[in-house]
Design a protein around this ligand. Structure first.
Ligand code: XMP
Length: 329
């Protein structure tokens, strides 16, 4: 496929009218590229893949096959939201793959951060490739590549994998469909909004590919992973309630792999701490810490201790980047 260039004179998409015009152009382009062929898409539920899915559903409906892989490291409610929005509401052809055991078994006992990331990345490709091999007659692969990916790839900063690093026997079968490749992230969000996607999808905070795996430092265990997922859900709920969700750039919890002594109902406990991290940035190279109101901190401590099994202490991370990174691994 020819490299699509972002036209130098292309106006930044900021309005619904511009977004709708862009969507119409892409719908026409996709129909002429794909004809009556079938398109495969790995749908994570992130902004880019969700917008790509919604454009393709509009363009070719049931000719799109979405695959949502649950690797067990997603946030609470995410797989359910993907199924609700795309299968139930948009009537997409969606294959849900429960790969939780497959991932967690592979990760069991692995404490080294880079090894964990590597396993999660490799396993994801394996699971997706397995699904792709099962499907007959698919000639196209859709990807949520955006313009900064192309620029970084050209500048040699980050390799932009064609076909997402899929093995050659799979990748060679597909022609790529990349309807948002000339857009910047803020434009993808405007287009997502115009497509009717929910705000919780369009404006969601960044979430790393290895998911909650990097917020469960050291060797992941199911019980500690659940503590991360439950505490993260409480934090997100409280940020929503307190009007902080759209204002703070990124916020999450981490449950490290050590225990300390506590006391509950007159009995000794020996449980994990839960660390809250809330940060602001424009470029993720330099990050400042969001200072939460004392009352909210007190409330978060109470809720997390009362509702999350295995936690007996809540800590707040006041470290900017540098010297700390945003994530713990
Ligand atoms: P760090 O920890 O490097 O994070 O300061 C900077 C930003 O990048 C996100 N992040 C990732 N995003 N895949 C992603 O898509 C990853 O492997 C990954 N690691 C970190 C992190 O959440 C933060 O927003």
């Amino acid at each position: 496929m020819d490299m699509v260039r972002r036209p130098d004179a292309m106006e930044r998409i900021t309005t619904t009218e511009q977004a709708l015009a862009f969507i119409e152009e892409q719908v026409t382009a996709i129909r002429s590229q794909v004809g009556d062929g079938k398109v495969l898409l790995a749908l994570s539920g992130g902004v880019d893949s969700s917008v790509v899915a919604a454009i393709l559903i509009r363009a070719i409906g049931q000719q799109l096959v979405c695959v949502h892989v649950n690797h067990g490291l997603l946030r609470k409610g995410e797989p359910e939201q993907v199924i609700r929005v795309f299968r139930d509401e948009m009537k997409a052809n969606l294959i849900y793959v429960d790969a939780v055991d497959r991932f967690l078994d592979k990760l069991a006992g692995v404490a080294e951060p880079e090894k964990k990331r590597h396993i999660i990345g490799e396993e994801f490709i394996d699971v997706f490739a397995d699904e792709a091999r099962k499907l007959e007659g698919i000639g196209f692969l859709a990807q949520g590549t955006i313009w900064p990916d192309i620029l970084e790839s050209e500048a040699g900063i980050k390799a932009h994998h064609n076909a997402g690093g899929l093995p050659e026997d799979i990748a060679s079968r597909f022609e790529l469909v990349e309807p948002v490749r000339i857009l910047f992230k803020d434009e993808v969000r405007v287009v997502g909004k115009a497509l009717g996607l929910p705000d919780s999808m369009v404006y969601r905070q960044p979430f790393p590919g290895p998911g909650l795996g990097v917020r469960c430092p050291g060797a992941i265990t199911r019980d500690r992973l659940e503590a991360v997922r439950e505490s993260d859900a409480i934090l997100r709920e409280e940020f929503e309630k307190n009007g902080l969700a759209g204002k703070v750039w990124q916020y999450f919890t981490v449950v490290p792999d050590f225990k300390s002594t506590g006391v509950k109902n007159g009995k000794r406990t020996f449980d994990w701490p839960c660390i809250i991290r809330a940060i602001n940035t424009t470029d993720v190279m330099e990050v400042t810490v969001e200072h939460l109101p004392d009352q909210l901190i007190d409330h978060l401590v109470q809720r997390i201790i009362a509702e999350v099994p295995g936690i007996n202490r809540v800590l707040y991370d006041f470290t900017p980047k540098p010297p700390a990174t945003v994530e713990y691994e």
